[in-house]
Write a protein that binds this ligand. Sequence first.
Ligand code: UN1
Length: 499
Amino acid sequence: MTNDEIFAALGLTKAELTGGSLAVRSPIDGAEIAHVAETDPSAMPAVIARAQSAFKAWRTAPAPRRGELVRLFGEELRASKEALGALVTLEAGKITSEGLGEVQEMIDICDFAVGLSRQIYGLTIASERPGHRMMETWHPMGPCAVISAFNFPVAVWSWNAALALVCGDPVIWKPSEKTPLTAMASMKIMERAIARFGDAPEGLCQLVIGGPAIGEALVESRDVPIVSATGSTRMGGIVGPKVAARWGRPILELGGNNAMIVAPSADLDMAVRAIVFSAVGTAGQRCTSLRRLIAHNSIREDLVARLAKAYASLPIGDPRRATTLIGPLVDHASRDRMLSALERAKAEGGTVHGGRVVAEGVPQGGAYVEPALVEMPAQTAVVKEETFAPILYVMGYDALDEAIAMQNDVPQGLSSCIFTLNMREAEAFLSAAGSDCGIANVNIGPSGAEIGGAFGGEKETGGGRESGSDAWKGYMRRQTNTINYSAQLPLAQGVKFDF
Ligand code: UN1
């Protein structure tokens, strides 16, 4: 598909793609592909007011009816999957299969949310008082702001939007300034679903495009009770406290520094496949990307040799080409950060394999790099930082306790895994004294989570949970109800208050 065919298939018009103040560049070749209009910060109070008035109507629509909108959205996504996937590739630089996979992830969360719309369960609780009943009711919370990052430009929004809509909350989306087009296209798809739905309130789903002033308006407004933000720990460190200070609810999905422990019994063929996908897939730009390999010293050299061989065979280049496995980094600044992290790694005693800039056989203007394998003498300062690029640091260990301690000894806590065929080791890794991450896997890599599980992590990752399991509770307010169907008024705890 040509760029114009992609835009046309998604209903993006010439007027929307030209004349605005925000230049959009494709990471593929750095070329400007559009100039889109930005939301004026002075328009934000009206945006928030529209969301508030949509909330008044939407919260009273029955949850299964709200689910119907998400069902229609899922249908429209299926119809637009190829074009939206191609736009993800164009705007974020992901290879074709990962662009399509991202849209599939949107479809999957829609299916999940539709089912959820008939399963918003509360508990009933045994009361200590005769003739009393207790229960929990889950109510819609209010407008939910979604601040999303370039690397999953549409899926992460849809995780939040699908759940928020079913939970009765309007959504205001601020995408990354690097990826407004995929957001605009997703909104067109949502608008088609809304038109088919019929009676959705105006302002139910809004998009705002622009820089920090736009985000700040959402973060600071008491009329936006939920702010779900995905991105750097630095960003989350600003957003989280500001939202909390005005008694809002932040849902934070921030940096990761994900590790794999490879034990002596591991199936090394499988481990190599898992390592390569999770370390170099999406050019190392997933928050779940594998960044640290903690390999038992008895197999470490063999593993590094196998990885070096696999790395040498990976096709790097235009992400639209069917054979490419590693596309570009998002921009040149990102490439520079990778190169400077590699310099630091060398200064800290590391031996770097690969990691060079690629200029041959790739579209000119993009930031293409070889993935890097870096053998480290220890887990030094640079290893403890998240560099959003395909760098895999390799360290050795002798005892599992030592490996688990190393895996946990970083500020981030998103994803982790162990490759072992030893059941004791696997269970120890998953135990209370094992991995401290929100995600801990056995015999699969740390990235590429599916929708059914709750997604998120601890420590500097921010503690939020999105997507599957009971993450929906983050988008609702819980109400505890005690109902007295007796003719007495007994007090709890046996308190007497007779008059
Ligand atoms: C992200 O990088 O922000 O588990 C999300 C994964 C994907 C989502 C990543 N399902 O890698």
